[in-house]
Design a protein around this ligand. Structure first.
Ligand SMILES: *[C@@H]1O[C@H](CO)[C@@H](O)[C@H](O)[C@H]1NC(C)=O
Length: 254
């Protein structure tokens, strides 16, 4: 009884002492961003690539372009490497200039469901700022790391004018599937003749870049699918704003 009372007092004191707690309460029930996990347009496939920019971006991009396909890259700011390192800035530009869609995968690949309102904003704006600086765009779509989100994540996304993108097919590259398994999974999914597909892949695996992707593209083309960006397959705009890239200075760092 006494301990329950103490706990109540402690909890209340914590809310008062910690303004962010009160803030959170006030925001409960606020508008939530839309979560998309499938394409809308029949015959469209959106191939998405998470966790870069990294080493295999160029081959992924070239493979798509050669097939007349458009992909979507959800970039982190500081995951495999710092996005401001010269090689990574070049990769971001390479994908964007090749006509692929660029989205946010947030800054450091944290599980957003473990974070506060302010911490979620921080994970989001830092990569948005990097994309504004490097290619001049403010992304309209965010893929939450691990596909994990809750109401708070959706509320912050709404406040940032972004929608969430999950997937309806996972090639399994990030969870230990072999090339053969990933290819078999594509076969199995396509055997059901889905209207569309929103496919999760990672540009950070050599096997995905060199083996699974070429296989998937040939199967998708044989099935008559069109490989387009996430925005196109949803009939929406990819960016909130498109402006001019910035000029690098000492503040461009991780
Ligand atoms: C919000 O994003 C949409 C694109 O998704 C854009 O058209 C609109 O201008 C944005 N609104 C603001 C206030 O930036």
């Amino acid at each position: 009884m006494l301990s329950a009372l103490l706990l109540t007092v402690a909890t209340a004191a914590c809310v008062v002492a910690h303004p962010m707690g009160a803030d959170l309460e006030a925001r409960q029930g606020g508008p939530k961003a839309t979560v998309y996990s499938s394409c809308k347009n029949k015959g469209d496939v959106a191939l998405t690539f998470d966790d870069g920019p990294w080493e295999y971006l160029q081959v992924v991009s070239d493979t798509l372009v050669k097939a007349g396909a458009v992909g979507t890259f959800f970039f982190n700011g500081n995951n495999y490497d710092c996005i401001y390192n010269a090689a990574e800035q070049q990769r971001v530009k390479y994908a964007y200039n090749a006509g692929h869609m660029i989205g946010s995968h947030t800054w450091a690949h944290k599980d957003l469901t473990t974070l506060s309102w302010d911490q979620i904003h921080d994970e989001m704006w830092r990569v948005e700022q990097a994309l504004q600086r490097i290619i001049g765009v403010t992304p309209a779509f965010m893929r939450p790391p691990y596909g994990n989100y809750n109401d708070l994540v959706r509320q912050v996304s709404y406040a940032r004018n972004q929608s969430l993108v999950i997937w309806d097919f996972d090639d399994g590259d990030s969870t230990g599937s072999s090339v053969a398994q990933s290819e078999a999974d594509y076969d199995k999914a396509l055997a059901k003749h889905p209207n569309s597909m929103l496919s999760l892949n990672h540009e950070t695996y050599k096997t995905t870049a060199y083996q699974v992707l070429p296989y998937a593209i040939s199967k998708l083309q044989a099935g008559g699918y069109k490989m387009v960006s996430v925005a196109t397959c949803l009939g929406l705009q990819p960016y909130q704003h498109v402006g001019k890239p910035g000029t690098p200075d000492a503040t461009w760092k991780c």
